[in-house]
Ligand binder design. Structure first.
Ligand code: GLC
Ligand code: MG
Length: 554
């Protein structure tokens, strides 16, 4: 079969090429983003919790790696029930993380290194300790009462509807407030009451938050569960269609789109360079696509189906095809994410120890690393903006967090382990108490750490660096067309092309070789290897090695 184009081209206006073209596309289309989870990135004061000072003193890693933009998870004042996603003051820095002055310093440092900074904006809910909610729950006539979602109990005293919580779907999204005799809504923990976006004062206040940070110079926002801010005013039951899923993955109502258009207008009023990427935690790419609007809603949206896809070529080609089909090129630019602070890391998810036959000399650890390398090639060569999660550049797996070291109500501790900076006993996290940081390290931190992998040109870290550098130097990878190749079972392949440049990407998802010598009468044989996941150099022989991914110049 011939190669099948599955994404339209984005070739810019005729006559616009080279530098002209470079300026025609917004920076976030070309950027490689890197998510910093500040608690676990680096610690500057020895309290065992990462902070802005830690980030400031480790910029060198980011520059060396070559990322273009950072997304910082929350660093605002918070009781930390949800580790910062429960905010008690949107316009300050929690002393645990540092100060506003340090944030300003950080922006200056990042910008001086040509790194953009976007910050987490959590518009759906506040902390129960936010002064707005403290006032709201003080009486039914409080000024902020209508800033949250209150409902009377049903006649039999039960909760207003059947919606269930995010981290524990056995629990309702409603908590009864004894003092005022009504339930309040919280799609997440009871300590995270939902804001009422149908109250104009809430919209105004949350817009003010955006302005506060835009005026400080941030390049944009990652908007937490943005698809949840609008609610159907009738608050209808989810069952039976919702099937017991948390309401936050089902909430998809038209009123939200109006709110997002207003947010977009506000952000665009600060000049064309600011952006917003939304966490649209809906389970179909078609639904996610609607949140780009008519190029008047989100600039980018996270797309979760690929993150949940198993490491199999059939699943991945289906995800890729449905993404490019759903995201109309004129309005929507895809994003690609393998890991974040909410899900087991992909090297943990893709683990295959259970399925390994044991007959090959190819060991579990080797394969697991090889697969993580192949995944890196995939992530950084697809058409769309890639987001890395701190630590994936080291090929990190989740930490094992047991007993009283477990701290997250959502069971997500494993992927939040501190980033190991070196192979010393404390991995660059000396604490004043001499105890471990807030979470244990991943099991292989002794070898898998920044210092050791950085000095090894054949490490996965060096591979990430090379892939990012190639993406920067290649118009085909940054903005080019995507054309899938119809390869034999076990492998996935595509061509990325732009102007005169054309690259072929081949990914082997299996632990055995895949013979591609017959593909289109040997078309691929002899093409120079630009990057190989296992460091191979030279030209393509026609056989893709076990778990190998290659980028060829064609
Ligand atoms: C988002 C965040 C997650 C948080 C939740 C509630 O999904 O990524 O960490 O717990 O929203 O704010
Ligand atoms: Mg600290």
């Amino acid at each position: 079969m011939e190669a099948t184009p599955i994404a339209p081209t984005t070739d810019a206006e005729p006559g616009l090429d080279g530098e002209g073209e470079r300026h025609a596309e917004p920076w976030w289309k070309r950027a490689v983003f890197y998510q910093v989870y500040p608690r676990s990135f680096a610690d500057s004061d020895g309290d065992g919790v990462g902070d802005l000072g830690g980030l400031l003193s480790h910029f060198d890693h980011l520059t060396w790696l070559g990322v273009d933009a950072l997304w910082l998870s929350p660093f605002y004042p918070s009781p930390m029930v949800d580790f910062g996603y429960d905010i008690s003051d949107y316009c300050d820095v929690d002393p645990l993380f540092g100060s506003l002055e340090q944030f300003d310093e950080l922006l200056i440092e990042a910008h001086s290194r040509n790194i953009k900074v976007i910050i987490d904006w959590v518009p759906n809910h506040t902390s129960e300790r936010h002064p707005w909610f403290v006032d709201a729950r003080s009486s039914r006539s409080a000024i902020h009462r209508n800033w949250y979602v209150w409902r009377d109990p049903l006649a039999d005293g039960s909760v207003p509807n059947d919606w269930v919580q995010a981290f524990d779907p056995s629990k309702p999204t409603w908590t009864f407030d004894d003092q005022t005799g009504q339930f309040y809504l919280h799609l997440f923990e009871s300590a995270q009451p939902d804001l009422n976006w149908s109250e104009p004062a809430v919209v105004a206040a949350m817009h003010e938050v955006l302005r506060f940070w835009l005026e400080r110079g941030v390049d944009g926002f990652r908007a937490d569960v943005i698809h949840c801010i609008g609610k159907d005013p009738a608050l209808p039951d989810d069952l039976p269609a919702g099937g017991g899923l948390p309401h936050c993955v089902l909430n998809d109502v038209s009123v939200t789109h109006g709110h997002i258009r207003d947010i977009r207008t506000l952000i665009d009023s600060y000049g064309g360079d600011r952006m917003i990427v939304g966490e649209v935690y809906l389970l179909s790419t078609e639904s996610v696509a609607t949140y780009y609007g008519n190029n008047d809603e989100l600039h980018l949206a996270f797309n979760f189906p690929p993150l949940f896809a198993p490491w199999r070529p059939s699943d991945w080609s289906a995800c890729i095809a449905s993404t490019y089909a759903a995201l109309d090129d004129r309005h929507a630019w895809p994003t690609w994410v393998l890991s974040n602070h909410d899900n087991p890391r992909h090297r943990t998810r893709y683990d295959f120890a259970a399925s390994l036959s044991g007959e090959t000399e190819y060991t579990t650890a080797k394969r697991s690393e090889a697969r993580a390398r192949a995944a890196a090639v995939l992530l950084l060569t697809l058409r769309g903006t890639p987001f890395l999660y701190q630590g994936e550049e080291l090929g990190m797996i989740d930490a094992e967090v047991t007993g009283d070291r477990r701290v997250d109500p959502g069971g997500r501790d494993g992927c939040r382990a501190p980033l190991p900076w070196d192979g010393s006993a404390d991995h660059g996290w000396p604490t004043v108490t001499g105890l471990e940081p807030w979470l244990p390290f991943a099991p292989d931190a002794e070898h898998r750490n920044v210092a050791d992998l950085r000095s090894d040109p054949s490490s996965i870290l060096s591979l990430y660096r090379a892939l990012i550098a190639l993406r920067h130097s290649s118009e085909a990878l940054a903005l080019g067309t995507f054309e899938s190749l119809d390869l034999p079972d076990g492998a996935l392949g595509y061509r990325r092309a732009r102007n005169a440049e054309s690259l072929v990407v081949l990914v082997n998802f299996t632990d055995g070789p895949v013979d591609l010598s017959e593909y289109r009468q040997g078309l691929l044989i002899g093409m120079p290897v630009a990057i190989a996941s296992d460091g191979l150099a030279g030209t393509f022989t026609g056989t893709l090695g076990a778990d190998q991914a290659l980028i060829l110049r064609s």
